[in-house]
Design a protein. Structure first.
Length: 94
C-alpha cells in the first residue's frame, strides 16, 4: 500500500511517517518468537469448518486442533450475528 501511494503521489508520500504496529498486531510475532504455537483464522471460516465437522462426525478432532494451539487469533470476530450452534461452538472453544 505504501509503495502504491508513493508511486502515485510522487515525493509527497515520502514524508508520511511509518505506522507502528499496535499491540494486537504484535501478538502473533511475539508468540512465535517465544516458541508458542499460533493459529490465525477467519471466524466465519472456522465456524463453517466446525459446522461441517458436526455433519461428518469429526467435530471433536477439529475442536482439539483449535484448542491445541497456544494463541488462537479469530479475525472478524462477532461481525455477524451467530446462530445458536455457532455460539455453542465458540463457547466450546473458549
Amino acid at each position: 500500500m505504501r509503495r502504491i501511494a508513493s508511486q502515485s503521489l510522487g515525493n509527497s508520500a515520502a514524508s508520511l511517517p511509518e505506522r507502528k504496529p499496535s499491540p494486537p498486531e504484535l501478538m502473533p510475532k511475539r508468540g512465535i518468537e517465544s516458541g508458542a504455537s499460533v493459529l490465525a483464522v477467519r471466524t466465519d471460516a472456522m465456524l463453517k469448518t466446525l459446522k461441517h465437522a458436526r455433519l461428518d462426525h469429526t467435530y471433536d478432532a477439529e475442536l482439539r486442533k483449535l484448542i491445541a494451539v497456544d494463541l488462537l487469533i479469530l479475525d472478524d470476530f462477532a461481525i455477524d450475528v451467530l446462530d445458536p450452534t455457532e455460539s455453542r461452538d465458540l463457547y466450546d472453544l473458549l
